[in-house]
Design a protein around this ligand. Structure first.
Ligand SMILES: C[S@@+](CC[C@H](N)C(=O)[O-])C[C@H]1O[C@@H](n2cnc3c(N)ncnc32)[C@H](O)[C@@H]1O
Length: 269
């Protein structure tokens, strides 16, 4: 049973992302920071994903990553909560005959997929920050993953250097991510609560049946996507930060403290 507060949060999330779905692809493709971040996620995944894999995508949005995986020779079952996101991704199904299926499904209802098996379960760009208890998702992963299957999640953690440094510019919300009760996000005129998940809490939620494969910072030192004009305004500094970020993002603390972290597990028992 969901509390009234959780139901209201889901309604606000659905409405916010439904409104955002109308311009999501345009904004995404025009943002060079987001494109670079997606490339880093794809490089991370390419180290272990086998072709062809049957992929379950959680909070798939408009299907930008689903289409990428399909181009790489995989098949994708794309799920999302939002009416608008589901409408957008459904428009792409005909372009991918027999490779893309779509289902409106909240990721805390994965028990509805019992009987199906996937090789890889993927979630990108903070969709999982819309839930407080990750265990409501991880409890069902084992029953829908093939033996040796992988999971990659891209999640916002509580510490992001870029936000902390923004104190110098007078940002009074620089430590907002550390609030244990979550933070109210404002999107498209809607308000809903989100939660930031630490590396350790994510790892704990997976339990002993999963082995941690790799984790790295995403925009550990590079600017987060909302500072999208940074590469144009400061090209030299951006290039320098790119080099330093690439050198440190696989090492502590930058593999835990970043705008997002990319974290992968393998089902071992
Ligand atoms: C920032 S968007 C990311 C979309 C996509 N993964 C991408 O990389 O473009 C977050 C997505 O999470 C979805 N979402 C939020 N809560 C969800 C839930 N409980 N179950 C499934 N999807 C959810 C939203 O509808 C939205 O599409």
């Amino acid at each position: 049973m969901q509390s009234a507060e959780a139901i209201e949060n889901s309604i606000q999330i659905n409405e916010a992302f439904t409104k955002q779905s109308l311009h999501y692809d345009t904004n995404d493709f025009q943002n060079p920071l987001l494109s670079a971040m997606r490339m880093q996620v794809y490089q991370h995944v390419s180290k272990f994903i086998r072709r062809p894999s049957r992929i379950l995508e959680l909070n798939a949005g408009t299907g930008i990553d689903a289409l990428y995986f399909i181009q790489q020779g995989h098949t994708v079952h794309a799920t999302d909560l939002s009416d608008g996101m589901i409408r957008q991704i459904s428009k792409k199904v005909n372009d991918c005959p027999n490779r893309l299926t779509v289902q409106q499904l909240s990721y805390d209802q994965l028990d509805q997929l019992k009987g199906q098996k996937f090789d890889f379960i993927f979630s990108n760009f903070g969709g999982l920050n819309c839930i407080h208890e990750l265990s409501k998702i991880t409890k069902d992963l084992r029953s829908i993953l093939n033996p040796g299957g992988y999971v990659t999640w891209v999640i916002m953690p509580p510490i992001c250097f870029w936000e902390i440094v923004s104190i110098l510019k007078g940002n009074r919300n620089a430590f907002r991510r550390l609030n244990k009760n979550g933070v109210v996000a404002h999107l498209e005129g809607r308000h809903f609560r989100i939660w930031y998940h630490s590396f350790l809490s994510i790892k704990k939620s997976f339990g002993p049946n999963f082995k941690l494969i790799h984790h790295e910072g995403l925009a550990a030192l590079l600017p987060p996507p909302h500072v999208f004009n940074f590469p144009i305004r400061h090209p030299w500094l951006y290039k320098t930060l790119q080099r330093i970020d690439a050198a440190v993002r696989n090492h502590f603390p930058f593999n835990r403290w970043a705008d997002h972290i990319i974290i992968s597990f393998q089902l071992v028992s």
